[in-house]
Write a protein that binds this ligand. Structure first.
Ligand code: ADP
Length: 613
């Protein structure tokens, strides 16, 4: 991560703005809570004010109790006055009970809000993810931001709200203490405030340092997180065990911790020492004021009741201050989280495209017109100068070395990426002018890295057409065409067998079986008239592949089918073959034509055929 040199040398001038910076996202967090539940938020606010006011009220009533007791001790007629005094005691008891109720209420509300707020933030994050263009997922910084946003979504926003409310509550308390204390001496109020300032400054300073330490460390945290994933996830376990990678990875994990721990320890020690020193200062302030109040009482400047009240108010005022301090300290981290969350939520997403549902020349198929495409951050185009015309009903095979641009061509054709030069049209209309949903309906693609959903077998097929994801008749039909039906029927619970290892009774399939599921998924998309298979049969034996393509041809007779394969026995069956090399089309034609050409295709074909002889 790039570290701004400025950040390390931030000094006093910006100290104030940094102190205020901790409130930067409180507004956003409060708005979130408000939108999550107005009723809960209102009650939360009300209880906070009540809990803030009551301690001073209790101290105030206590003062009258003590004064009455002192007066009654000196008096001879006690009985008639006693009832009133006991009434005051009962009132104080009632106030304390109310205080406890409001504190408990705040706790309960926080519990309820935590669940709802966490859920809301998670939904916001996921909704945003749905609208992100594919290229965002391939941008590591951005992906990182999303991961961080998700990681603490259920706790951070509430933590920030809680601290904001705690500050509010303590501020209300402090004002009410101040109102009582000012009657004794404005100077005492000043002492209360001034004695808290060093602690306040020290605390915000250290919290700021901790905050910056934390944000510099995202890289280390990421590395640690990655190592944790590799060490503890089922899909990595096989290789980690066989290669004996465990101890080495764990050593790296420890090394990162050790490096980070040193800095943490230094900061914690300094923070502790300063905390103690500033704590001593407030203790001194307290006992100084205590001595002053006691002297005033002895000199009859104040009553005994007032003395108890002032001492209590001063003491509680100090704890309210330190409670505020610790809230402020913790807010830095919550702010870090929220700034990250809002950065993510505010990142730009293209609006969903509304456009045409048909083109001016139906039946024209797909045209690539001098298309060039470069991946973000790459220095060479992955496709360059590609022009092709693919007509409905034709079967096209794409051939080329790894990295020659075959998958990229498919990603462009399906609109996952847009070309930086040239254009791609469907039925005579450029892809960006198509309605997104209409376009998606017309194209069915199975990529070589298709997703193996940890769901039921049937659902794994059904995802091919989300409208019919639970349609069992469609599952059977698609599985039959994808040649998956035989092995699915043999599974313990047929189409209702759970796949993958994440959930109970999950069953693992072989690579070839998974590919048959993926093929069935493509056949689910019966409404699509363009079907693309990107190396769907690489893990199957040659015989199964040949059978599948017979099927595939028959099932897609009137459709445009595009196939990527490294097996020339399959490729030769296509009507048209396109040979890609380093992002360019170098040969194009039928098998017979390309063989006569005696170029790259013929060479590769001969090479493979020789292997089989
Ligand atoms: P093929 O499917 O023919 O094996 P690809 O279309 O996947 O080839 O890749 C073409 C080129 O684009 C390769 O050089 C590859 O490294 C690069 N490439 C592929 N995917 C990405 C990506 N997501 N980001 C950056 N470069 C990529």
């Amino acid at each position: 991560m790039s570290e701004s040199p400025h950040a390390r040398t931030v000094g006093r001038p910006v100290h104030l703005s940094r102190m205020l910076g901790v409130f930067r996202y409180s507004g956003n967090a409060l708005r979130l809570v408000w939108q999550t539940s107005r009723r809960l938020s209102l009650v939360f606010g009300l209880l906070t004010v009540v809990a803030g006011l009551l301690p001073a009220t209790v101290a105030w009533v206590g003062r009258f109790i003590v004064d009455r007791v002192v007066a009654l001790q000196a008096s001879t007629v006690v009985e008639p006055e006693l009832a009133g005094l006991l009434g005051l005691v009962a009132l104080e008891g009632l106030l304390v009970a109310t205080l406890a109720a409001s504190q408990k209420g705040i706790e309960v509300l926080q519990h309820l809000l935590r669940a709802r707020l966490g859920h809301r933030v998670n939904v916001m994050i996921l909704e945003k993810a749905l609208r992100l263009p594919l290229s965002r997922f391939e941008d590591s910084d951005f992906y990182d931001r999303m991961t961080r946003a998700r990681r603490e979504a259920s706790s951070r926003p509430l933590a920030l709200v809680r601290k904001t409310f705690a500050i509010l509550q303590n501020a209300v308390s402090l004002v009410s203490y101040g109102v009582l204390l000012i009657a004794f001496s404005p100077l005492a109020v000043a002492v209360l405030v001034v004695a808290a300032i060093p602690a306040f400054i020290a605390e915000t300073r250290f919290a700021g340092q901790a905050f910056r330490l934390f944000s510099w460390r995202t890289t280390e945290a990421r590395q640690q997180m990655y190592l944790e994933t590799v060490l503890a996830r089922e899909d990595y376990a096989k290789e980690v065990q066989l290669f004996g990678l465990g101890p080495e990875l764990l050593r790296r994990y420890r090394a990162i911790f050790d490096a980070v721990y040193g800095e943490d320890r230094d900061l914690t020690l300094r923070r502790g020492a300063w905390g103690y020193a500033t704590g001593l200062l407030s203790t001194a302030a307290f006992y100084g004021t205590y001595a002053w109040i006691v002297t005033a009482a002895v000199r009859h400047q104040i009553t005994l009741g007032e003395m108890t009240m002032y001492v209590m108010v001063f003491k509680q005022g100090q704890s309210a201050f330190s409670a505020m301090l610790s809230s402020i300290g913790g807010m830095y981290e919550d702010n870090l989280y929220l700034s990250n969350l809002y950065e993510y939520l505010d990142s730009e997403t293209p609006p969903p495209r509304r456009g045409a549902t048909e083109g001016p020349r139906p039946g024209d198929g797909i045209r690539f017109e001098n298309v060039r495409f470069t991946y973000p951050g790459a220095d060479r185009p992955a496709l360059d100068g590609v022009s092709l015309h693919l007509r409905p009903g034709r079967k096209l095979a794409l051939v080329g070395h790894n990295g020659s641009g075959k998958t990229t061509l498919i990603k462009l054709l399906t609109g996952l990426y847009e070309p930086d030069q040239g254009r791609i049209t469907l039925d005579g209309l450029p892809l960006p002018e198509w309605d997104e949903a209409a376009l998606r309906q017309r194209v069915g693609v199975i990529f070589q890295d298709f997703v193996r959903y940890q769901m039921l077998v049937g659902e794994n097929i059904g995802v091919g057409d989300v409208d019919r994801i639970d349609d069992e008749a469609a599952w059977v039909d698609a599985a039959t065409r994808g040649l998956a039906i035989d092995f699915v029927r043999r599974l313990p619970r047929g189409f209702h067998t759970q796949l993958g290892r994440w959930f109970r009774d999950g069953q693992e399939l072989s690579g070839g079986q998974w590919q048959k599921i993926a093929l069935a998924r493509a056949f689910m998309r019966s409404r699509a008239d363009i079907v693309v298979l990107d190396e769907p049969t690489a893990a199957m034996d040659a015989e199964a592949e040949a059978r599948i393509f017979e099927h595939f041809r028959a099932a897609t007779a009137d459709k445009l089918a595009i196939l990527i394969s490294h097996r020339f026995s399959t490729v030769r069956m296509a009507d048209e073959i396109v040979v890609l090399d380093q992002g360019r089309v170098i040969e194009q034609g039928s098998h017979a034509e390309l063989m006569t050409l005696q170029g790259r295709y013929a060479h590769l074909f001969e090479l493979q055929a020789r292997g089989y002889r």
